[in-house]
Design a protein around this ligand. Structure first.
Ligand code: UDX
Length: 430
């Protein structure tokens, strides 16, 4: 099929790459000329395992191309995906300016029946607005259908997730559009849910909010476990083996971050409010998440007492492993507070340091974990990269000024760390 993807962020670019890999002809559109030039040169503006290879492969086979022109993309395609960003406004609601502008431009370039698919995460009823906009700005005789097809990929495993989705959600009133989308995704062996647009839009916000709720539940448990002398990992393992609960997304740590959960939870609170429902449960989920980083900061202070003039080594800056993404990374909040207390920071992250440099000044960036440990009063773990799990801990111990590790991701076994002679603090464990 001929597919156009508007927006080359994580979702757009990965979707475009995977659809091209499945044999479709894809045209990716972005209004950022620099991004398009980079992509044409074979460079990928984001770090996502496997993405560069697929793009290179598909480009060589002429299955994917790039342009800054929506007109060109729309005219060349049967299905047009909108995958532009929907950032949070200061009040937590989603800013739909880009979606509206794209819908209008798509409408102005419709030259025959097309299916316009919204992949961006949007508030319920956006599909209706997109359809209204297209009707208003397109030629009267032209036919089109609007579909909501939310994306559930995770950064760091985006390619795998796209090829192995748990489900594909297709929200539309049109049988013809539902059939076309089902055909497009047919090579993926996944259950397809065909539903109305409003339900599809809510599925996305409800799913991310539920996952964030699981994380906040685990983080609340970590606080209780510390007070009670219990181990949160044992507790969540014991809970998770109940199939109705499941083991995933119950890892306590320093709170969720990234480009989706914080934004989607606050958007869902706002959407509910506008619909006349006070989603207090989700407000509490957000509060627990904010408090988790305060609690971790206090843990550092309790261990090290006065931070003024102390050098700290930080391992991990990205909001999670296998990505270079720094959006809403808990490390940003924590490092800011440590700097305000007068600490000096030596930090290392395997992928995100270029992006971190744009936001985090006044810290020293290191070339490996050992350099970050050298001469530091303590080592603080903020992202659970495999590289940190596999470090030479004896060497780390020798490099640290004091053998103290404060682990926000529970990556080491407390008993082993004690055996190695570390003072070791983690989250919700003893
Ligand atoms: C998330 C959803 O998983 C995905 O379906 C959606 O499309 C986009 O949002 P992503 O933001 O890439 O994906 O990362 P994810 O792996 O879900 O992690 C989000 C945050 O939660 C990270 O900060 C992570 O560290 C944190 N997390 C996750 C925990 O603190 N504990 C857990 O058990 C799981």
């Amino acid at each position: 099929m001929k597919v156009c993807i508007i927006g080359t962020g994580y979702v757009g670019l990965v979707t475009g790459a995977c659809l091209a890999e499945l044999g479709n002809t894809v045209i990716c559109v972005d209004n950022d000329e620099k991004k398009i030039e980079m992509l044409e040169r074979g460079q990928v503006p984001i770090y996502e395992p496997g993405l560069e290879e697929i793009l290179r492969n598909c480009h060589a086979k002429d299955r994917i191309r790039y342009t800054t022109s929506i007109a060109e993309g729309v005219k060349a395609s049967e299905i047009v995906f909108i995958a532009v960003s929907t950032p949070a406004r200061p009040d937590g609601s989603a800013d739909l300016t880009a979606v509206a502008a794209v819908a209008r431009e798509v409408a102005e370039n419709l030259d025959g029946y097309k299916i316009v698919v919204d992949k961006s995460t949007v508030p319920v009823k956006t599909g209706e607005k997109v359809a209204e906009t297209i009707r208003r700005y397109s030629a009267e005789s032209v036919e089109f259908d609007v579909v909501s097809n939310p994306e559930f990929l995770r950064e760091g495993s985006a390619i795998y997730d796209t090829f192995h989705p748990d489900r594909i959600v297709i929200g539309t009133a049109s049988e013809k559009a539902a059939r076309a989308l089902t055909d497009l995704y047919q090579p993926l062996d996944a259950p397809v849910i065909i539903t109305d647009i409003n339900s599809a839009e809510i599925i996305k916000h409800a799913s991310n909010s539920f996952l964030a709720t699981k994380i906040s539940f685990a983080n609340a448990l970590s606080r209780i476990c510390e007070k009670a002398g219990a181990n949160v990992e044992e507790v969540t393992r014991g809970m998770g083996l109940d199939k109705r609960i499941g083991t995933q997304f119950l890892n306590a740590g320093i709170g969720y971050g990234g480009s989706c959960f914080p934004k989607d939870v606050s958007a869902f609170v706002k959407i509910s409010e506008e619909l006349g429902y006070d989603f207090r449960l989700l407000k509490e989920v957000e509060r627990i998440n904010r408090e988790q980083i305060d609690f971790f900061f206090e843990k550092i202070k309790q261990t090290l007492w006065i931070l003024e003039g102390k050098q700290l080594g930080i391992l991990g800056l990205a909001f999670k492993p296998n990505t270079d993404d720094m959006r809403n990374a808990p490390s940003l909040v924590l490092i800011d507070r440590l700097l305000k207390e007068g600490a000096s920071i030596k930090a290392y992250d395997p992928q995100s340091m270029d992006k971190a440099r744009e936001e985090l000044e006044g810290i020293q960036y290191c070339s490996d974990p050992y350099q970050a440990a050298e001469g530091s009063e303590a080592l603080i773990i903020l992202t659970e990269w495999n590289e940190f799990k596999e470090m030479d801990l004896q060497r780390i111990k020798g490099l640290l000024h004091h053998p103290i590790v404060i682990d926000g991701r529970n990556i080491y076994d407390p008993a082993r760390m004690r055996e190695l002679g570390f003072t070791y603090q983690s989250v919700g464990r003893f």
